[in-house]
Design a protein around this ligand. Structure first.
Ligand SMILES: NC(=O)c1ccc[n+]([C@@H]2O[C@H](COP(=O)([O-])OP(=O)(O)OC[C@H]3O[C@@H](n4cnc5c(N)ncnc54)[C@H](OP(=O)(O)O)[C@@H]3O)[C@@H](O)[C@H]2O)c1
Length: 256
């Protein structure tokens, strides 16, 4: 293997990516698969899963899909079990599935709270409980979460969404504390504003979109492919001494 392959190749690794059928998760799944990992995509909608799988298979990648609903504890636990079936226990778990319902603070009711916490925070916790101990036993693992700038600042009625993402970054630190000594790192990627179906409503306002781009240092909003390099880095050998971190992939949005 070349020096660069030693650091970054994911050949022989298996990865599970929740939310791998769309947006940032799809971008990350594509990157991990193209770097050599066998990748399992988890989401509710089969058509988008199969569309993503077709594209990756066409690129010569190994990919499988699992239809699962992370909005309940039982659903998340079942999806985690199912995700281990196609290629065995994963070396890398990426939790990118997320929802952002955005009601004003005073209108957040029990349904919104429960739905947001279940998908954004509890499912990553259950995936960690399912896979972290086994990774530690085998001596290698990578837990990668996708949080949000809203874990760090209020932004367009962050409400419960920001709370869930703040919790997610705390979860990564606790997972890092638990398992890093056994070769299992846990880190969080922190996006700024990324053009995906999640925020289609905001994208319908071109003035707003341009203003958000202006708030970055790079001068544009994010796209899913921007997460490829950071995800491959966090999934592979190169990042073995990086753990418990929140890594902003946001064009400088968070420091401007
Ligand atoms: N886009 C941004 O600007 C931005 C900014 C900061 C953070 N983020 C975070 O980045 C992550 C990815 O967001 P995105 O923008 O890529 O969103 P997206 O394009 O809407 O993708 C969301 C993914 O999550 C899956 N998903 C949603 N609910 C699910 C459920 N109950 N069970 C299983 N899968 C579910 C969706 O598939 P199905 O609907 O088929 O289930 C889809 O694959 C999220 O955690 C989000 O909070 C995004």
């Amino acid at each position: 293997m070349s020096y660069v392959e030693d650091l970054f190749s994911l050949a022989g690794r298996t990865a599970v990516v929740t939310g791998g059928s769309s947006g940032i998760g799809r971008g990350i799944a594509t990157a991990l698969a193209r770097a050599g990992a066998a990748v399992v995509l988890v989401a509710r909608g089969r058509p988008a899963l199969e569309d993503t799988a077709r594209e990756l298979t066409g690129l010569g990648c190994r990919v499988a899909v699992v239809v699962g609903d992370l909005s309940t504890r039982v659903g998340a636990q079942q999806a985690a079990d199912d995700a281990a079936a196609p290629f065995g226990e994963p070396d890398v778990v990426v939790s990118s599935a997320g929802i952002n319902l955005r009601p004003p603070m005073a209108s957040i009711d029990a349904d919104v709270w429960d739905a947001t916490m279940a998908v954004n925070l509890e499912a990553p916790f259950w995936f960690g409980q399912r896979f972290g101990p086994g990774m530690a036993e085998r001596g290698y693992g990578r837990l990668i979460h996708v949080s949000s700038q809203q874990a760090h600042r209020a932004f367009v009625t962050s409400g419960v969404y920001g709370v869930s993402k703040g919790g997610l970054e705390s979860l990564a630190r606790s997972q890092a504390e638990a398992w890093s000594a056994h070769g299992v790192t846990a880190n969080t990627l922190v996006p700024g504003f990324v053009l995906t179906p999640l925020n289609q409503r905001l994208q319908d306002d071109p003035v707003r979109v341009a203003a958000l781009a202006d708030r970055t240092l790079v001068g544009r909003n994010g796209v899913p492919a921007d997460f490829a390099g950071a995800a491959v880095f966090l999934a592979g050998a190169a990042s073995g001494y990086v753990t418990g971190q929140s890594i902003h992939v946001d064009g400088g949005f968070s420091v401007h």
